[in-house]
Design a protein. Sequence first.
Length: 655
Amino acid sequence: MHDLMHDLARSVSANAYWNSDQDSVEDVGNRTYHVQIQGGEESSMAQVLGKRPLYLRTFMAQNPSSGLSINLLEVFSELKFLRVLDLSYNHIKEVPTSIGNLILLRYLNLSNNNIEVLPDSITLLSNLQYLNLSFNEEFQELPKKLGNIQNLRDLDLTCGFFESDFRLTHMPSGLSRLTNLRSLSLFVAGDRIGACSIIELEDLKLQGGMAIKFSKNFTNYSCGGRKILKNQDLNALWIEFNNSDRYDKDMLDDLCPNTSLKQLTISNYGSPQFPTWLMESQLPNLVEVNLQNCFSCEHIPSFGNLQFLKKLDLKFISDITHMGAEFHGYGGFPSLQELCLSSMDNLEEWSESHGVDELFPKLQLLQVFDCFKLKSMPRLPTIQHLDISFCSGSLLSCIGRLTSLSVLSVDGMNDMTSLPSDCIRNLTSLKELEIINCRQLQYLPGDEMQHLEMLRSLTIDNCDNLASFPSEVGRLSSLCSLQLSNCPIIILQPQELIQILNSVDEFEIEICNKKVNLLGQLQYLHTLKDLSLCGAHDHRSDNFTFRIPKLSICCCDELKSLMIAEAASHTVLEGICINGISNLTTLPDWLPHLKSLRSLTIEKCPRLERVPRDLKDLPKLSELILINCPQLEGRCERETGEDWPIISHLLTIFI
C-alpha cells in the first residue's frame, strides 16, 4: 500500500487498528478492534491486554522472544467478542480450558507451538471455522468431541506425517458429523478405543490435499469394498502405510480417489501388487506420482498411459528388476518432464518399447540415484539434464545417444576410471559437466572432450586418483567457468593451465598446499573475472598485480604475502572474500590499498582481532560481510563497537 493511502486509512480508522511496530500501548482502548504484535517480549503483550480492549475482534501475536505463560493465555477468555486469534510461533505448551469462553471465535491459529493436547472445552466453539494445529511436533490427541464443532471448515494438522516420531495415533470418532469440513490436511487411521473409522471419510466433502497415515500395528480394517474417497474433490493425496503387507492392497483399493486427483504419493506399501485403479491408470488427470518404500512391489503400474503426467518419482522399490513395455504402456509418457529413479537395488534393465511411436518425447530431467545394477536405458531424444549418482560406470555407455543433453552430473561412480570416450564426442549440446566423488577416475579423454564446443562450465571435485588434466580443454572457446578441487595428486603446470584458461571468466582451484608458480601467471589472463583459491599459493612476486575483479581466498596461510602494498594499489579488484584462515589475527597490509574494492567478505576467521583503521579510506568500499568471526562481531556492533566508526559509513553491513 502506498504510504499516503496507508496514512489515510490509519487516520480514518482512528484507534481501531493497533500495530506494535507503529503504535504505543497508550493508544489501546475500548475502541481498539484489531491488534497485531510482532516479536517483542511477553511483557509488551501483557501491557496491551492489561488495557482490557474488551471489544477486540482480532488478536495476532507471532514469534515473541519468549513463550506465552498460561496466566497470560487466561486473559483471552475475557475477550468475548474475539473472532480471530493467531498465536502461532509462541512456544505454547498448554492451552487453558477458558478458551471455550470465546464462543464467537471463527479463526484459531495455534501452529508452530509445543502443544500436546487440546482441552475438551475447545469443542464449545460452535462458530469456529478454521483451526490450525500444524507443526506442533509434540501433538498427541484431538478432543474426543471434535465432531461438535459443526461449523468447522478447515482443520490443518500438517506436521511431518511421514516422520517416524509422529505422535498422533488416531482421529476421534464422530468426524463424519463435521458436514461443513472442506479441508482436512491429515487423517490418522488407528484402532484404539474411540478412534474414528476411516469409513467416516465417505460422508465428508473434502477438497484440496489430504494425507492418510496408518498408525503402527493398525489391523482393524474393514471397508467392505466401499470406495470411500470417490466423492471427495481432492487434487492431492498422500498415503503412508505401516509396512504391513496383509491388508495394504485391500486398503489402497478402497481408497480409490476421484478422477480429479492430480498428485499422488504412496509410501511404505507392503503388498506385491497394486490395485486395479492404479495398475490400469484409471486416474487420467494425474500430473505427479511418487512411490516410496514399496519394498515388495513386483510390477510398476503403466504410468506411461497417463496423458498429463509431468513428474514421476520412484524410490526404494527394491524388487523390480526390469522396466520396459509394461511400464511405458501404450502412451510412452507423452507429457513427462521429470523422472527420478532412486535406490532401486535390483533394477538391471530399462529397455525400449518398440510398440510406442515416441518414448518420453518431452522428458527434460532424469535423475538416477543408487541403482548400481542398472546397465541400460532407452533413447531419450529430448532430455537436457541428466544426474547419475552411485551407479555403475557402465551406465554411462548409454549417454552417447542423448545428443540433446545440456547438463550432465556424474557423482560417486566408484568403478569408473574414465568417461567413456566413444560417448563424450556425441554430446555436442553439452553446456555443463560436473564430475564429483569419482574416486577411481584416473584421466579424462582429452581428444573427445575437445568436441564439447558448447561447454560453458566444467567442475571436477573430490576425485582422488585424477593425476592429470587434458590441455585440449583449452580449445573449448565457450568455456567460461572451471573448478578443480579436492584432487590431491593432480599435477598442473602453470604454463599449461594458462593455455586452458584463455577464455575462462570464473576459475576455482584448490592447490592442495603445493607451492606452484600459479598467481604470477594468472595475472596475465585478461578474461578472468572471478578467481577462487583454496590452499597454499606460490611465493610473492613484487611485480604481481591483480587484473581480476573478484577474488576468493580459502585456507591460505600465506595470505599476508599474497602481494605487496604498492602492487595492490594498481589492482582492479572489486570484491574479495577471505574464508577459513584459522590463524589470521590481522588483515594483510595490502588490503587497505585496494582502491577499487567495493565488497569485503570475511568468513570463519575466529582469531581475527580488529578491522584496520585505514579501511575507511577505501573510496569505493560499500559492503562488509562478517560470518563466524566472533571477535570482530563484538568490535563491529552497531553504535557501541570499537570498530564501528571505521565501518559506519558503509551502505551494507551484515554481521
